[in-house]
Design a protein around this ligand. Structure first.
Ligand SMILES: C[S@@+](CC[C@H](N)C(=O)[O-])C[C@H]1O[C@@H](n2cnc3c(N)ncnc32)[C@H](O)[C@@H]1O
Length: 293
């Protein structure tokens, strides 16, 4: 009975938030084709890169892009002056698409990132192989974030940077269900089972993911937990970080909706300073760190 009520409420809220807006409308459009998604990643790169300013400088650096997706950000890092970019991803499909997007966009093969299919928890690189390691929008998907952070530390040279940003689990869209459920904080308000049942019901009638290309598709059939996310919270990441030998240069909790907040901006920023509120009012955690010599 309770489940039924939850499902009804989810459908109701979904109707109220029926329109995708801003970056979600752009993301939904990008998912319909590899080229469009690559371009979306490339355009988003400026935004995620600026979160690491002023500490990031890729000029002449060897850069590792952990969880590189279709590689759009890697191309951006080369344009920022990186000497080399290596994109690492666990998905063969993604890297096959990345290869063809690079060939299309960059005729000079020496100006393309190189690509490695591997699990970031066991990187096939020697210690101190790269000047800089960057990972954006990936830590929330990893099976073992602590191991990946350890690997990023291991393969990076002392003195330079390990840069990470990711949206924590209780952030507005942390459930990663926006293709079906379009209101924020759905995972805070409702049970996973109710969310999955509603998402499956919507998929059955609207075939949203069935019509997407492989790289963008999430299979909800039989899922008992939210697929595609590891539920890494701000607190969980802090624990991972405390156990790491990396030196933290800065750690920022970017508040939700800060671009549109106007006079509410200081209130939202203040919310991210209070541990429990921080979990729900942080849209992304931004870490700038370095390996000690
Ligand atoms: C949402 S995409 C992020 C792509 C890109 N970094 C960006 O900012 O747009 C997350 C990527 O992480 C990759 N990934 C997930 N688990 C991984 C792992 N254990 N090792 C390497 N890559 C992984 C996925 O295949 C996916 O391409």
């Amino acid at each position: 009975m309770r489940i039924k009520l939850q499902e009804k409420l989810i459908f109701l809220l979904n109707r109220l938030f029926h329109r995708l807006y801003g970056s979600f409308a752009e993301l939904a459009a990008a998912k319909t084709g590899a080229e469009a998604y690559f371009q979306w990643e490339f355009e988003q790169a400026e935004r995620s890169y600026s979160a690491f300013r002023p500490c990031i400088n890729l000029q002449d650096k060897s850069v590792l892009d952990v969880g590189c997706g279709l590689g759009g950000k890697g191309l951006f890092y080369l344009q920022k002056g990186a000497r080399t970019v290596t994109g690492l991803d666990i998905s063969q499909t993604n890297l096959r698409i990345a290869r063809s997007c690079f060939a299309e966009r960059q005729p000079d093969s020496s100006q393309r990132p190189s690509l490695v299919v591997a699990d970031a928890a066991a990187m096939p690189f020697a210690d101190n192989s790269f000047d800089t390691a960057i990972s954006t929008y990936t830590f929330e998907h990893l099976a073992n974030p602590a191991r990946v952070l350890g690997e990023m530390q291991r393969v990076t040279k002392p003195g330079d940077g390990v840069f990470i940003s990711f949206p924590p689990y209780f952030s507005p869209w942390g459930a990663h269900l926006t293709d079906w459920i379009r209101f924020p904080w759905c995972q805070v308000l409702f049970s996973e089972k109710a969310l999955l049942d509603v998402a499956r019901a919507i998929e059955e009638t609207e075939h949203i993911h069935a019509s997407l290309p492989d790289f963008a598709r999430i299979d909800l059939a039989g899922a008992v937990e939210l697929p595609h996310v590891n539920k890494l919270t701000v607190g969980g990441f802090e624990r991972v970080l405390r156990a790491s030998p990396l030196e933290v240069v800065s750690k920022t909790y970017r508040p939700v909706g800060v671009e549109m907040a106007g006079i509410l901006r200081p209130v939202l920023s203040f919310a991210t300073k209070i541990p429990l509120l921080r979990e729900v009012f942080t849209s992304s955690v931004v870490l700038i760190s370095r390996k000690l010599g």
